[in-house]
Design a binder for this molecule. Structure first.
Ligand SMILES: C[S@@+](CC[C@H](N)C(=O)[O-])C[C@H]1O[C@@H](n2cnc3c(N)ncnc32)[C@H](O)[C@@H]1O
Ligand SMILES: [Mg+2]
Length: 248
């Protein structure tokens, strides 16, 4: 009976991956952010977690070379694009992040959540480090493994804990100075309170680059509202966007 069950699971799994994951539904979902999130992050992930036993780190580890951050990034992006979607920043926005990080000369970079981006730490000049926060112990553990394979333990300081608890401790614990770059990519309702907390703690100042992911989908209305202005000569809300052209 166990063999029979395994065969059925294998067939359902193969059909599910080839027909559904790579077929019509994902193509339709590509263009609607909220539906795409519901489909990939809620429905597919739960079904796959039940059907397959291979964890994402194992799958990526098979494809990536040790102490080669670029091969780890490529393996993660390939896996998440072609096999299982994940809420990484991805290659398109990752390239923007890299351009911004090139401007960092001296201080630290503060990132939310262990991620592909920590691997970008390989590009940073000596003396620049990354502090990264993740409150989910499983994800934090995965990140630790990925950072270790990539040989970047020296550059990345990883904290397992919630942003609200840890931001006030960063100066004392890590000797953190004012950050040159802050990357926000955690739960969207924390962007604004954490930005205020960073300011209160003297960790950001005029000139700090705030890079915030997903401000439209799922969306961070209160965070955008914080930078609000008005439609000229009226009280109607509007935002004046400041962009740095990165050469695209
Ligand atoms: C979108 S994912 C981060 C993806 C990552 N930046 C990347 O590019 O691969 C958001 C992560 O933030 C973590 N998180 C959410 N709110 C947090 C908080 N207040 N403090 C610490 N971690 C948080 C979640 O557990 C989740 O793993
Ligand atoms: Mg994101």
């Amino acid at each position: 009976r166990r063999i029979c069950l395994s065969v059925i699971c294998y067939i359902v799994n193969t059909l599910f991956i080839s027909l559904v994951l790579k077929g019509v539904i994902p193509t339709a979902m590509q263009y609607h952010g909220r539906l795409a999130l519901l489909w990939h992050d809620v429905i597919v992930e739960r079904v796959l977690d039940t059907l397959t036993r291979t964890s994402r780190p194992q799958a990526v580890q098979r494809k990536a070379a040790v102490v080669d951050p670029q091969s780890v990034i490529t393996a993660i992006d390939h896996f998440c694009k072609h096999r299982e979607w994940a809420m990484n920043v991805g290659e398109e926005k990752g390239a923007v992040w890299i351009k911004c990080s090139f401007k960092i000369k001296s201080n630290q970079i503060y990132l939310y959540s262990p991620s592909v981006l920590e691997l970008v730490a390989r590009l940073l000049p000596p003396g620049v480090s990354v502090i990264t926060l993740e409150f989910n112990p499983d994800y934090s553990d995965t990140a630790r493994q990925v950072i270790r394979w990539s040989g970047l333990e020296e550059k990345v300081q990883q904290v397992e804990g919630a942003s609200g608890t840890w931001i006030p401790r960063l100066k004392e614990h890590f000797g953190a100075q004012v950050f040159d770059l802050v990357f926000l990519d955690h739960w969207k309702d924390r962007y604004l309170p954490d930005t205020k907390l960073l300011k209160e703690c003297g960790l950001i100042q005029k000139g700090t680059v705030m890079l915030a992911d997903n401000v439209i989908c799922p969306g961070t209305p209160d965070y955008l509202h914080y930078y609000r202005s008005h439609l000229e000569y009226t009280k109607a809300e509007n935002v004046l966007g400041k962009s740095v052209f990165l050469g695209y």
